[in-house]
Design a protein around this ligand. Structure first.
Ligand code: ADP
Length: 556
């Protein structure tokens, strides 16, 4: 812009200078032509006086700088200083001669065939009506003009240089406020600017504000989007058609187990995972089909759902959602296992009942043995009822169904109560029962607390040795009640300690007490339901200790 303004100013200055030059030349030319005409006239007056006085003899020895011609009344050339007069044609029709004949003097400017140049003529009528004419070339005028122009040329060059300097400075001055414009900040005040630019500035500022507003909105949306996706536990990936990752959250990277931080629009999604199922899923989505696959690795199970993204009917990429379904799959597998186990556990007593009933029905039993067979049926039915009750209890705990109202329960009292329930079984084995400790309260549903304690004490007796002992200790730790059930029984092998809490798990099925295999599962789930923990320590052949820790009571 500066250059353009500079060039424009310089061109205008140059044009003005040229126009002035033409004007000056014109004026000078007119001025010098008048001067030359006056000079010719003066010469003519001087020669006329000489001719009037001396006649033709005056011309002898005269060598004038200008051309002198003496013309007779009829136009015959009597004398010419440059040409042979006798050879010259009649001059009566020459304009300056005609004027001199009629008006006494005459001037003319025209082309002279003799001088072969544009010529100025000045003619003067003598008393004898002859005419003296003095002529000079126009060239002499131009010579004078050029002479006068020489000093002017210096002035013009100086003016040109000045014009260039001024043009450069002015153009910079004009552009400077425009260059200094800063639309982002307060920048120039309007009064510092050109009036002509004020409406444009207002428009630009309005547009600037609008753009800033839109940028802020976009940034906020981007932040919202990031906040949402970053707080998602599901992995989220957006790809373009060439498998490059456009957007992702950190959950996606964690679920794909990669440390790579993809560069948006650069990193291929295959860099994040090379698993076959994942690759297939991406390929199908980018072929325009929705796809779902399970990725299994090191007991971790993830589900990938890939959907194509269409824009105006054209595929523009894919969106991938990755879910951690390990727990879901484990639950599903546990449920399948549980169903199979339940069916099996139910089948055993039912088969026994059915078989015994069939024998009775066929009359194959002696009347004296009927009571024994009926007793078998009764025992198996009892086991069945026990099993079904345990399953119901577990499923209620699983579903978090409220088992009863919460209360402050005196655990020492409860321990005494439970010990009395297991006493008949203990006496059969001569197992000594003891309750120790102090009063300690725990918050919980009394039935669940009783169930937990009963299962632990029942096992402590059932898996005990003859003449063994079971000790229940109740303590108030200040940070919640603690109940310890220890026995001097067979103990639990190390590898089984984790598993005894699983449903239907028994360490040694052949030596099972006839329990359902659900007792410790109920203990574990019941404790979790009440916010308590169960810990187990055991030594094979010496005994087992279960410790129940309850959270502190909340102030009413
Ligand atoms: P069960 O009905 O078979 O007793 P549980 O879930 O109560 O089922 O216990 C699971 C298994 O843990 C038992 O079969 C037994 O092998 C073992 N067990 C539980 N308590 C004790 C204990 N106090 N001493 C030794 N083994 C135990």
């Amino acid at each position: 812009m500066t250059k353009r303004i500079f060039r424009s100013i310089l061109t205008v200055s140059l044009a003005a200078l040229l126009a002035a030059l033409v004007l000056i030349v014109g004026v000078l030319h007119g001025y010098f032509q008048n001067r030359v005409e006056d000079d010719l006239h003066n010469q003519a007056v001087y020669i006329a006086q000489g001719v009037e006085k001396s006649g033709e003899a005056f011309f002898d020895g005269l060598s004038p700088a200008s051309r002198v011609t003496w013309i007779a009344k009829d136009g015959t050339v009597l004398y010419d200083s440059w040409e042979d007069a006798s050879k010259m044609e009649n001059h009566a029709d020459r304009e300056e001669v005609k004027q001199a004949m009629t008006q006494g003097r005459g001037t003319a400017v025209r082309y002279s065939s003799t001088l072969e140049q544009q010529t100025i003529y000045s003619a003067l009528r003598l008393d004898d009506s002859t005419v003296i004419r003095v002529a000079d070339t126009q060239y002499s005028v131009w010579k004078l003009v050029l002479q006068a122009l020489q000093p002017m040329a210096i002035v013009i060059l100086a003016a040109l240089a000045l014009a260039a300097v001024l043009a450069s400075r002015v153009s910079r001055q004009i552009v400077q406020p425009i260059n200094a414009l800063d639309l982002s900040g307060p920048g120039l005040k309007d009064e510092d600017l050109y009036d002509e630019l004020t409406p444009l500035m207002a428009k630009l500022r309005a547009q600037n504000r609008q753009i800033n507003k839109q940028i802020t909105q976009l940034r906020r949306r981007q932040e919202e989007f990031s906040a949402i996706t970053e707080n998602m536990s599901e992995g989220f990936l957006v790809l373009d058609t060439r498998t490059r990752v456009l957007s992702n959250n950190s959950a996606a990277l964690a679920l794909l187990e990669t440390d790579c931080q993809p560069k948006p629009g650069e990193t291929s999604v295959y860099v994040l995972s090379r698993e076959e199922g994942f690759r297939r899923c991406v390929e199908e989505a980018l072929a325009g089909r929705r796809s779902e696959r399970m990725l299994e690795k090191d007991e971790r199970c993830r589900q990938v759902i890939a959907s194509p993204v269409l824009q105006d009917g054209h595929l523009s990429g894919a969106v991938l959602v990755i879910l951690d379904v390990t727990e879901r799959e484990q639950r599903e597998s546990l449920r399948r296992e549980f169903t199979a186990n339940v069916s099996h556990e139910l089948k055993t007593p039912l088969t026994a009942i059915s078989g015994t009933a069939e024998i009775l029905e066929n009359g194959l039993v002696k009347p004296a043995d009927v009571a024994h067979f009926a007793g078998n049926i009764h025992r198996e039915a009892g086991r069945l009822i026990h099993l079904v009750n345990d399953i119901i209890k577990l499923s209620r705990l699983d579903e978090g169904v409220q088992e009863g109202l919460w209360d402050r329960v005196d655990m020492l009292r409860l321990a005494h109560q439970v010990i009395e329930q297991v006493r008949p079984a203990a006496e059969k084995k001569n197992v000594m029962l003891e309750v120790r400790g102090t009063v300690a309260f725990a918050a919980g549903v009394p039935q669940i607390l009783e169930e937990i304690l009963y299962n632990l004490c029942d096992n402590a007796v059932a898996y005990n040795k003859e003449d063994g002992s079971v000790t229940v200790t109740v303590e108030d730790t200040g940070a919640g009640a603690r109940v310890t059930v220890s026995d001097t029984g067979v103990g639990i092998p190390k590898e089984a300690r984790e598993r005894v809490f699983e449903r239907f798990y028994r360490v040694d099925k052949s030596h099972s007490s006839g329990g359902t295999g659900l007792g410790l599962s109920i203990v574990k789930h019941g404790a979790a339901y009440l916010g308590a923990t169960v810990e187990l320590t055991s030594e094979v052949g010496k005994g087992t200790t279960f410790v129940l820790k309850f959270p502190p009571l909340e102030e009413e």
